[in-house]
Design a protein around this ligand. Structure first.
Ligand code: ZN
Length: 166
């Protein structure tokens, strides 16, 4: 579950099949060829509640540092759950999967801890709700910031041009 970073490219072999990670040009001596291929990371997320395996491959990144940084965040998030119940790992896996699917920032270790604490009394589907709440909270914060800079107009209910009725 530790994951890895590696290079791959789009070269094809004699039969027209993509070589991916097997292209000999990706390697130079004992190391990587800096002029060939792109970086990706790969990690197996903990299996879903229904047993579905979740191999994760993402890229492309310009550098190994960049790919390692994302992989590191995933490792950190999973590490929070490692000492707990097996179900905790599933929940964190769900969270990472959802964040990536929705192109959201990966959860921080603090956010994962909060989730697992809330998770004491709730079941898996609640993660959707939890994530929605988390995202809504961020949106609300931005809306509030915007509102404070907007001149209020809700108090000008009596304007000089309004004529009395009847
Ligand atoms: Zn190649």
């Amino acid at each position: 579950m530790n994951g890895t970073t590696y290079k791959r490219c789009g070269c094809r072999d004699a039969t027209g099949k993509r070589q991916g990670q097997r292209c000999p040009k990706l390697r130079r001596g004992a190391g990587w060829n800096p002029n060939h291929g792109v970086w990706q990371y790969q990690i197996d997320l903990p299996p879903a509640a229904d047993g579905r395996r979740r191999p994760l491959r993402r890229g492309t990144y310009a550098s190994q540092t960049e790919a390692e940084a994302i992989l590191g965040k995933i490792r950190d998030a999973l590490a929070v759950a490692k000492t707990g119940e097996p179900a905790d790992l599933t929940k964190v896996g769900d969270l990472i999967e959802l964040a990536l699917k929705r192109k959201r920032p990966l959860p921080t270790t603090a956010e994962v801890r909060r989730l697992l604490h809330l998770g004491d009394t709730v079941e898996i589907p609640t993660i959707e709700v939890w994530l929605a709440t988390w995202l809504a909270g961020r949106k609300k914060l931005r809306a509030g910031t915007r509102r404070s800079y907007t001149p209020g107009t809700s108090l000008t209910t009596s304007s000089p041009t309004s004529a009395p009725c009847g």
